[in-house]
Design a protein around this ligand. Sequence first.
Ligand code: MG
Length: 304
Amino acid sequence: MRLQSRNNEFSCHERALSKGPSQSSRFALNPGPGTLNLSWSQRKEFLMRRHICLPLTLALTLTLAAVNGVFAAGEDRNPLNHEIHDPDRPQPPVVDPGPAGPPVPAPSDAVVLFDGSGFDDWEAMDGSEAGWELVDGLMQVVPGAGDIRTKRTFGDIQLHVEFKTYPDSPGSGQSRSNSGVFIGPYEVQVLDSYENETYPDGMNASIYGQYPPLVNASRPPGEWQFYDIVYRAPEFDEDGEVARPARLTVFHNNVLVQDNEELVGPTSHRQRQSYSPHGDVPIRLQDHRDDPIHFRNIWLRELN
Ligand code: MG
């Protein structure tokens, strides 16, 4: 937009940089020799453009940046646009979730899977007795004892799990308090991701090998953290092909980190897996054979 005067032409930018008009009936843009006189209508047009032009340009720029950001985020969220475990995917921004609190009480309709009293609802992966320890009412991973799973199986659920990573871990990257909350073949990663970088699709609260968390809401090692996970089971047609992918929503320490993400198959290490038809599944906790991390207060609500 440009403003015509009798002798000169001024761009929006030039007008924005100039000082405001005088209160005289004739407008002096550059007082002194060469003073520019504008008529009342020209002055009104000048004032309107001066107060609208710059904010409008700024708002348009910000809107375009936001739109570009949404598209970029959409592209970045698609696991199939990335190599699995690509270390160059952006690290999610860090968000302080606030201080840890006491255990979150189970709602009245919850299925309680662990309340500190023992492993009655759990077993080893071969169906034998769970090999983890009960220490002061907490589940403690015994490195090398293997994963444990619930004896019951579930469809759509809302799952609450509390855990704390190990404060004296000698490891780094993927070897720092690695565990995982599996719903059937789908893992929400557990890792000490407090000031410990790894590939983003394998960090704490990632959907392993597929979706980095939207933000890193990890607490320091030794502090209690929790996941609230909504799992929607996949659906398969009569030929065994996936008709509707599995979906996961995850809150990490009350912060949304996975927003109804569609899984591209079971989670896996280094190579992508295809869906295989399945029904209800157990909840599984991972022994990654490194640190003796702890779990407490595990419950779920069945959604179907
Ligand atoms: Mg893991």
